[in-house]
Design a protein around this ligand. Structure first.
Ligand SMILES: [Fe+2]
Length: 165
């Protein structure tokens, strides 16, 4: 399925809600990122991942089931190393939520392509494609929503990993 950029993927009300959320816990289980607080597995993420499943199915051309979502709040020096989402998801969606300034200066790389994403815009991609950011965050903060879906086919769900980057 490759990777597809979707402008305006997330509704403005959802962008505003996720931009305003506070109360993160620090995620300390992965070497893929530093200086990054993560919210996962709680409302409203569990509701949002379900609600956007149809749009991700349409974009990917696959029948999907929701798996897990992360909301990440990076601070200066934050990293998100190049990696693959092994061990569960079929389709990954990276949605930019908010950052200071008018142009995304911290593009996401997927399969060798660079994607600068305005708030609400996303890249929908095959979870096995290499993705991440080659440079650390050079400005004060950046907030990103990541959604993971698995193929919804008889016997097609793998065991949840929950901690995949
Ligand atoms: Fe990932």
């Amino acid at each position: 399925m490759g990777a597809t950029k979707v402008e305006g993927f997330l509704a403005r009300a959802d962008v505003a809600l996720l931009a305003s959320l506070e109360g993160y816990r620090i995620f300390a289980g992965s070497p893929s990122y530093d200086n990054c607080a993560v919210l996962m597995g709680r409302p409203p993420l569990s509701e949002i991942i379900e609600r956007y499943c149809g749009l991700v199915e349409e974009t990917s051309g696959l029948r999907l089931k929701s798996r897990y979502a992360h909301l990440r709040h990076y601070t200066r020096g934050g990293t998100f190393g190049l990696h693959q989402d092994n061990g569960g998801p079929t389709v990954s969606v990276s949605v930019t939520i908010a950052y200071p300034g008018g142009v995304d200066p911290w593009p996401l790389e997927v399969d060798g392509e660079m994607y600068a994403l305005a708030p609400g815009s996303a890249v929908v991609f095959d979870s096995l494609l290499v993705h991440g950011r080659r440079k650390s965050l050079r400005y004060d903060w950046h907030r990103q929503l990541i959604l993971h879906y698995a193929r919804n086919a008889p016997g097609g769900l793998e065991a949840p990993s929950g901690t995949a980057p």
